[in-house]
Design a binder for this molecule. Structure first.
Ligand code: AMP
Ligand code: MG
Length: 482
């Protein structure tokens, strides 16, 4: 019998190249593993036969049991600023890196388990994860991927057959996650805090080899690495903003070096435009609100810059090293604004970026509480005006846009509809789908997953998943019971 074990060629690049930053560890036993969701498209990309993953041995593999000879899972260590407070040692408390594989496109990808039991970094946690939040991570990752936004993705969610104590007893699950890497800003913070320049250099060299091999021969490779991570994050957060995505926990340990979205916890898509939109019950002060995300990621990148300082100088000329990194960081707002303006221009169907037209639109959508996602489809359809109470304000703005539109209006509308989604995973549909899944009914989850995986398609049979909740619906709050 061919199994997943024999089909995946694992390497352990991270553990080998970055000594001292991970610990070998094994997954906890799962008494009755049952496959809840398998990403067939992603399995194919990895070169794994999805049928093999559905076999009992395949499902056991997906929870870290019966691993192939020579595969040693590790728990990665990292530090991080959580809500602005430095935590010197976080790390994979309930997760394991199985290793990395090269996919069919030649890209190196990590395979990682979440919810696989306590590790030496578990602190007070139980090391476990539950079905609802793991399916949420699966759903959100696929929605983001379909929207063209860099993200980690779930290969599978497997129910473990155990019950886990949260605010109530819930079914346990393990997520198998695929990522460009699991390097975080917090990984660099931890390496820098060891005070051992060799560890930090090994980590940075590993990051360069993995994500930006072209900078290895630059005059200042570590400064170039920083510039590229800043650019990747500017692009990522601009893309979040352009679909109304609120990450919810933008701690430095949840900010990747790859520029992929990672760790879907209390995240959600904004319905009516409001920069203060927050979904997380633990973010009472709105640190990670929708409108704060660009400045927060810049703050996180400043922490990465600090960690890199020792690598930019051989003779402890920290001032010069710091100044070079600061110059790159200071350019972040412009780099971000450029990315955002370009993306907004594409959403609006205009040929040239116009930052002011975009920011004025956001102000108007906020003032009139317009649903963000619906607006752009309505604009392409010529019905946007109907969404506004103050139609004069819309008319004035629309006239400015009209002046910038290319002549072929049908082509403009078609182009807009290729990048403005009809369906996003809205809270008022996500929540009931996850609750049903917890009770063993996966049909609503699968239906929603199918819809958000083809977000630009208008389908009559999925019309109920389109549009915001009723105006008087109770605002959504995500509790941190992950
Ligand atoms: P997060 O906010 O989910 O990114 O997690 C922050 C830190 O808490 C990471 O170091 C996680 O590994 C750890 N963590 C979260 N939940 C648990 C848990 N149930 N058991 C052990 N560690 C956890
Ligand atoms: Mg995290």
């Amino acid at each position: 019998m061919t199994t997943a074990r024999t089909l995946l060629e694992f390497d352990a690049t991270y553990a080998r190249e970055v000594p001292g930053m991970s610990l070998p560890w094994s997954a906890a036993d799962a008494p009755a593993p049952a496959l809840l969701a398998l990403n067939e498209e992603l399995a194919a990309e990895l070169g794994v036969d999805q049928a093999a993953l559905r076999e009992p041995d395949g499902v056991r593999f997906l929870v870290g049991q019966g691993l192939p000879e020579g595969v040693t899972p590790v728990a990665q260590v990292y530090a991080g600023h959580q809500f602005g407070m430095y935590q010197p040692r976080l790390g994979d408390g309930r997760a394991l890196l199985l290793g990395d594989v090269v996919d069919l496109h030649g890209r190196r990808r990590d395979l990682h388990l979440k919810g696989s039991g306590r590790t030496p970094f578990a602190r007070g946690g139980d090391g476990l994860a539950v079905v609802g939040p793991m399916l949420l991570e699966y759903l959100m990752g696929e929605a983001m991927h379909a929207l063209g936004i860099p993200t980690t993705r779930a290969l599978a969610v497997v129910a473990t057959g155990t019950t886990v104590q949260r605010e109530r007893l819930l079914p346990g699950a393990v997520l198998c996650r695929v990522a460009g890497s699991h390097l975080r800003v917090g990984t660099f913070q931890y390496a820098a805090a060891t005070g051992d320049r060799d560890v930090l250099r090994a980590l940075a060299d590993h990051a360069i080899a993995r994500h930006h091999p072209e900078v290895a021969d630059a005059d200042q490779p570590y400064l170039e690495l920083f510039r590229r991570v800043c650019a990747a994050q500017a692009d990522l957060v601009a893309r979040w903003m352009l679909v109304g995505f609120v990450h919810g926990v933008m701690n430095t340990d949840n900010t990747t070096i790859s520029g992929e979205t990672i760790d879907y916890g209390p995240c959600a898509f904004m319905d009516r435009v409001d920069p203060a939109t927050v979904f997380s019950s633990i973010d009472a002060r709105g640190r990670y609100a929708y409108g704060n995300q660009p400045s927060i990621v810049q703050w996180n990148l400043a922490r990465l810059g600090e960690a890199l300082v020792p690598l930019l100088t051989d003779d402890d000329d920290l001032d010069t090293a710091g100044a070079a990194l600061n110059e790159v960081l200071a350019a972040f707002p412009d780099v971000y604004a450029q990315r955002w303006a370009e993306g907004m221009a594409a959403k609006l169907g205009i040929a040239e970026p116009d930052l002011e037209l975009g920011t004025d639109l956001m102000t108007m959508l906020h003032a009139q509480r317009i649903d963000f996602t619906s607006f752009f489809r309505a604009l392409a359809a010529g019905t946007a005006r109907d969404l506004f109470l103050d139609r004069d304000a819309f008319d004035i703005w629309a006239a400015r846009r009209d002046a910038l539109l290319p002549a072929d209006r049908d082509a403009v509308a078609a182009g807009m509809n290729r990048l403005n989604p009809v369906v996003i995973p809205r809270n008022h549909h996500v929540e009931p789908a996850l609750r049903a899944a917890e009770r063993g009914d996966l049909a609503p989850f699968r239906r929603l997953l199918g819809a958000v995986s083809s977000p630009f398609e208008e389908r009559a049979d999925l019309a109920d998943l389109v549009g915001p909740p009723p105006e008087d619906a109770i605002p959504h709050v995500t509790y941190c019971g992950t």
